[in-house]
Ligand binder design. Structure first.
Ligand SMILES: [Zn+2]
Length: 191
């Protein structure tokens, strides 16, 4: 929803209703009693308070809903700006920040016996979104009301709080995965 639509539908409309209601009541008062304000005095104070609180409640609920909306689609998508000619290939997983990250590298045109023989740590990327550590379903990301993010699994209900978003944590997972791959390459060269 665009910002001006949001303001119109979620804030302006309730306010308009809250202003129109007394006007409508006033006109109703004039028609039925001949006095602009007589009907108002007949409305108990408790009704006025309840009506006012409902309007405030409505606005708060809408602000909270907006804060909790799924934000998976937002972000720079840094990892996928480069598109290798043969696509991406999964080479494994890494556990980081309480979730599972899929490590990808540019795919090879023809798979040889040793698929990973010429993988460079520089080619490595991390797939977004990360996956659920319990059932491997792709996670969804929501902005937390108290700050930070909540990552949720829609399949098994797994939930984890994160200070940073997918993109920031994927960059960190990438650093760890890169170092692990460097160690594997060094070990294989030394043996
Ligand atoms: Zn799950």
């Amino acid at each position: 929803m665009k910002k001006h639509h949001y303001i119109l539908e979620k804030i302006a409309l309730p306010l308009l209703v809250s202003f129109l209601t007394p006007i409508a009541t006033s006109i109703g008062s004039k028609i039925t009693t001949g006095n602009w304000t007589l009907l108002f005095s007949k409305i108990p104070l408790s009704y006025k308070v309840v009506f006012f609180l409902l309007i405030i409640f409505w606005i708060i609920i809408n602000i909270v809903q907006r804060k909790n909306k799924n934000v998976t689609s937002e972000g720079p998508l840094i990892s996928f700006i480069k598109i290798p000619p043969w696509g991406w290939e999964n080479i494994g997983n890494i556990s980081y920040a309480g979730v599972k990250w899929v490590i990808i590298v540019p795919a090879q045109p023809l798979k040889t016996l040793s698929v990973h023989h010429n993988i460079s740590p520089e080619d490595l990327e991390i797939k977004i979104p990360p996956r659920c550590p319990k059932c491997e379903t792709e996670l969804e990301q929501y902005k937390s009301f108290i700050g930070g993010f909540i990552w949720k699994c829609i399949a098994c209900g797994f939930k984890i709080r994160s200070h940073n978003d997918f993109f920031k944590e994927a960059e960190r997972a990438k650093k760890i995965a890169k170092r692990q791959l460097e160690i594997i390459i060094n070990n294989s060269q030394n043996s």
